[in-house]
Design a protein around this ligand. Structure first.
Ligand code: ADP
Ligand code: MG
Length: 353
């Protein structure tokens, strides 16, 4: 064998070693097992899938933080900051943490932005309707009118003085309910923690509000189904790709009761005191900001089909709307990331451009 031929062989052998090592590394990554877990917080199921060397620590830190959020924001734990604020309605201001203050301030901003469609003081009405409780019923018009007089986010008084935050509900009977936003907010907190622990990919789903981070070990974005609002929990009519954002969905199918053939669901229109009836079955919002996505899905569901469709491409987020005629509308920025896949064949995927 000539010297040149020997050199060639060495070079080939070296290339083979490098390629083998790269393939092995790639396969190891593909075999990487994620941390998967299910837990319950804020009255809903939380599902995890996290990849990365510190995924386990990330999971534990997120769990601790979710518990902390629940302790602060719960309407059911009598000692939570929100319960104390509600119990003091009509009385003196209550001291709250910076975190609770931040979210209450966001809610007031969102109240203004939505002309009161999203109203964090809707709680007395939510409580009266009792949807998904053992006292679910259609209240009398007198009762609705009386409770509506308590619903006004503008009356929530938020103050800061020397680093001390206080909140006050001026009228007895008033109460705040952060159920329309707190799960999305929790998604953003979960993302921050996952990033701190260098999670390379994964998702956390908090009652269907899903935040994703990075990509799968194969380098693909995480994919999630769009619920068929008239199917069961495992029926989907399309697939989203969500790279590093949060998706929140509001619909009339999750929590409701039926009376005399009418469906009464849990998203209330503060203009009427009744469940919102804006012609939509569901609204999905995709944004890097989880609280914003959660708020927007509730808001647009309330403001209804005409408004949401007119503004389909005007918001700083992705949108997928399903209306009562089973027409599906997708904002331009989601077209590449949403694939219709309707096994029932009953939904129409509309071109709106
Ligand atoms: P889910 O909590 O089922 O994911 P949403 O994010 O749309 O759905 O939030 C619905 C919750 O928001 C209700 O259960 C109630 O606690 C609260 N809510 C209902 N109506 C309003 C409203 N008009 N403004 C703000 N929050 C509302
Ligand atoms: Mg919401």
């Amino acid at each position: 064998m000539t010297n040149t031929a020997k050199k060639c062989l060495w070079v080939l052998a070296a290339i083979a070693v490098v390629v083998t090592m790269a393939v092995a590394a790639q396969q190891k990554k593909k075999r990487e097992t994620p941390v998967t877990a299910i837990s319950y917080h804020m009255n809903t199921m939380v599902e995890y899938r996290l990849y990365g060397k510190q995924a386990q620590q990330a999971y534990q830190a997120i769990e601790a933080e979710l518990q902390g959020l629940e302790d602060a924001f719960s309407m059911h734990l009598p000692e939570s900051e929100i319960s104390r604020l509600n119990a003091a309605a009509g009385g003196a201001p209550v001291e709250v943490s910076a975190q609770v203050m931040q979210l209450l301030q966001a809610c007031v901003r969102y109240g203004e932005e939505s002309d009161g469609a999203f109203d964090v003081t809707v709680a007395p009405l939510v409580e009266e309707w009792g949807i998904q409780t053992d006292h679910a019923h259609v209240p009398s018009q007198d009762r609705i009118d009386a409770l509506l007089s308590l619903v006004d986010y503008r009356s929530l008084c938020l103050k800061e003085s020397d680093g001390v935050y206080t909140a006050q509900l001026p009228h007895a009977g008033q109460a705040v309910d952060l159920g329309g936003i707190v799960k999305g907010y929790a998604c953003t907190i979960a993302r921050e923690i996952a990033e701190n622990y260098k999670v390379t990919g994964g998702y956390v789903s908090i009652g269907g509000n899903i935040m994703t981070i990075g990509s799968t070990p194969q380098g693909r974005p995480f994919r999630f189904g769009l619920r068929d609002p008239r199917g069961s929990a495992n029926d989907f009519i399309g697939v989203f790709e969500i790279p590093g954002e949060t998706i929140a969905t509001s619909g009339d199918y999750e929590r409701y009761f039926e009376q005399d053939g009418v469906r009464y669901h849990h998203i209330l229109n503060p203009a009427t005191g009744y469940p919102a009836d804006g012609g939509l079955l569901s609204v999905s919002v995709i944004s890097p900001d989880g609280a914003y996505a959660d708020y927007m899905s509730t808001r647009l569901f309330i403001m209804g089909r005409e408004y949401a469709l007119k503004n389909l491409n005007n918001f700083n987020c992705g949108l997928v709307l399903i209306d009562q005629q089973r027409r599906v509308y997708v904002s331009d920025n989601m077209k590449e990331r949403f694939t219709p896949d309707d096994p029932t064949g009953t939904y129409r995927f509309e071109e709106t451009a």
